[in-house]
Design a protein. Structure first.
Length: 121
């Protein structure tokens, strides 16, 4: 009878491993989304940031899969970013958005900015 090594148990951390590390961030974000047949604009607050997305505290009712417009400036920058993002998760009023269209210059700006932040996972 051959003995094989048991497979390690898959835990929650293994299943939820992220492609990009998240970093604690703190700045305002304007979120625009379609409600019925009208666009709504709300001020939100960035709680975390990664190369691929942003976590925003937002007093709104958005559904996973909805696309919204985001407008913000990274702290220390005068450039205002206008981009599209999709809601990937929601817990109460905490939303996780995945960026849909970052330019190469924006990607480099995010990477550079993240170096100055505290990694949270």
């Amino acid at each position: 009878m051959s003995a094989s090594a048991p497979k390690p148990a898959t835990n929650q951390t293994d299943r939820r491993r992220r492609r990009h590390a998240r970093y604690r961030a703190d700045f305002r974000v304007t979120v625009s989304y379609l409600l019925g047949n009208q666009y709504q604009t709300l001020e939100g607050h960035c709680r975390d940031l990664s190369e691929a997305g942003i976590g925003i505290l937002l007093a709104a009712e958005l559904n996973v899969g909805e696309v919204a417009g985001l407008s913000f400036s990274l702290p220390g920058s005068v450039l205002r970013w206008e981009l599209r993002a999709v809601v990937r998760y929601r817990r109460g009023y905490q939303y996780g958005f995945e960026f849909l269209s970052l330019t190469g210059e924006q990607q480099e700006s995010v990477k550079s900015y993240l170096k100055s932040l505290e990694q949270i996972d």
